[in-house]
Design a protein around this ligand. Structure first.
Ligand SMILES: Nc1ncnc2c1ncn2[C@@H]1O[C@H](COP(=O)(O)OP(=O)(O)OP(=O)(O)O)[C@@H](O)[C@H]1O
Ligand SMILES: [Mg+2]
Length: 452
């Protein structure tokens, strides 16, 4: 090779490197599909046997292989020398590691999905246990088991956390359906109160509970619903949204009165449904259907704390009324969103029963494993581990579980107090007066709202 050839080769290499760098820098998406993903696929295939063996997913099979066996020497050589063996190549049956069969990886925006065939005796939980090891071996942010079919699992590898930045698709305006953020798999996080009527929103301080409440208020504000707030932090959290709240309780006395109103309203709705032979308000003719009520409770522990024995009766009354609202609300369009740092039996006798009624669970970052256990209940242990692994630097990240038992990592979209306040103010004309709500006079028929 002449000097000129070497020089040209060097220039070519530099040009290719700079070109690839620029491609990646200016158009990362096409770079990923064109270069990054194919390179990863090759690497995954080449290393899969080792990775599977290292993560305990390979199983032993007996196979015919050429082996280099040691054969004892016979005769004079064996007596006269220290070398008593010689190596001989021959076919024999030996144990070999056999990795589960890997399907064709398919690219996603942030990584890839690959389907695997389970080896005999394996269950999807084996892959959930091995997921962290596989993520380290593949040098990716995380690996999750996302789709389980008989005899098959799909692994989803992500290069970076998809929840670092969250933007949401605009609301569709469906009644009682809100999209407060994104799920880890890139889909919208949908809270549909008609499917999961009550939600528990738990987490340590500064973990993003109020932000989620803001996102829900902002999304519900343009809908034909009545929103009521319980804010025993002296009203500091919900007072800015007062224009869109039909009622706001900031003291224990007000809470008791508001809960009594709600229980009475539920009894009225029950009587209305009974008289029309309807099992729930959604079976009523539209002109008669009462307006749905969303009850937001911030820092639920405050409702149950008592400074001295004189408050005991009020606390017991509050707990019982709240439990009744939770039990009856499902059928009669009264929905609860209960926020708190902890919601366990240490708060009072009725709390465990209340928690059991809150079938939607959102667990933000927690400081202790018990809170995660309390919130997510006896879910898949992987969900509890994921909740405990949420870092403080990503407020709003949470584990979401619906009543079907499936769980997701999710993040609420950032909604500043000002944005939620502006939404509340902008939709203030939709706020039904509390007296009309509890009088069952207000319905969701197309003419709503007539009075604001
Ligand atoms: N989804 C999010 N994206 C970005 N930042 C967020 C998100 N959620 C919360 N934050 C930030 O974290 C901070 C704390 O959030 P938030 O007030 O909702 O916590 P909290 O759990 O209600 O705390 P506390 O228990 O003290 O009331 C907020 O000031 C906000 O800046
Ligand atoms: Mg808060």
């Amino acid at each position: 090779m002449t000097n000129l050839d070497a020089y040209l080769l060097l220039v070519l290499l530099v040009a290719v490197t700079v070109g690839l760098w620029a491609w990646r820098r200016w158009h990362p998406v096409s770079f990923w599909y064109g270069v990054g993903f194919p390179a990863r696929v090759v690497l995954v295939y080449l290393t899969w046997s080792n990775v599977a063996a290292g993560c305990g997913l390979a199983h032993k099979r007996r196979r015919w292989r050429f082996t280099l066996d040691a054969v004892p020497l016979a005769g004079a050589a064996a007596r006269n020398t220290v070398a008593v063996v010689q190596h001989k190549r021959r076919m024999s049956r030996v144990d070999v590691d056999k990795a589960p069969r890997l399907g064709l990886p398919r690219p996603t925006r942030l990584g890839w999905r690959v389907r695997l065939r389970l080896s005999d005796g394996q269950v999807p939980a084996d892959y959930e246990k091995a997921a962290e090891g596989i993520a380290h071996a593949w040098r990716v942010h995380s690996v999750r088991v996302v789709d389980v079919r008989p005899g098959r699992v799909t692994l989803w590898a992500t290069m970076r956390d998809p929840l670092t930045e969250v933007t949401v698709t605009p609301e569709t305006g469906d009644l009682l359906k809100v999209r407060p953020g994104k799920l880890e798999n890139g889909q919208d996080w949908i809270i549909d109160f008609r499917v999961v009527p009550h939600w528990l929103n738990a987490g340590a301080t500064q973990s993003g509970k109020s932000n989620l409440a803001n996102a829900i208020i902002k999304a519900l504000a343009p809908q034909p619903v009545a929103i009521v707030g319980f804010d025993l932090k002296g009203g500091v959290e919900f007072t800015p949204y007062a224009p869109r709240l039909s009622a706001l309780a900031t003291t224990r006395k007000e809470c008791c009165a508001l809960l009594d109103d709600l229980v009475r309203e539920l009894e009225d709705r029950m009587a209305l449904c009974r008289s029309h032979g309807a099992r729930n308000v959604w079976k009523l003719p539209e002109p008669l259907r009462p307006v749905p009520i969303i009850v937001l409770i911030d820092e639920v522990a405050e409702l149950f704390l008592m400074a001295d024995k004189s408050e005991k009766d009020e606390v017991v009354r509050t707990g019982t009324a709240l439990l009744r609202v939770a039990q009856l609300g499902r059928a009669f369009a009264v929905h609860l969103i209960v926020c708190g740092q902890r919601i366990g039996s240490d708060l009072g006798p009725g709390v465990t029963a209340l928690r059991a009624q809150l079938s939607g669970r959102v667990c933000h970052r927690v400081n202790d494993p018990e809170t995660a256990n309390m919130t997510l209940g006896d879910m898949d242990p992987a969900a509890l581990d994921a909740a405990r692994a949420i870092p403080a630097e990503t407020p709003g990240v949470c584990i979401v579980a619906g009543q079907d038992g499936a769980w997701y990592r999710a993040r609420s979209v950032y909604v500043s107090e000002e944005a939620a306040e502006a939404a509340a103010l902008g939709c203030a004309y939709l706020t039904p007066a509390w007296d009309t709500v509890i009088g069952s006079a207000l319905t969701t028929d197309p003419g709503w709202p007539t009075a604001a």
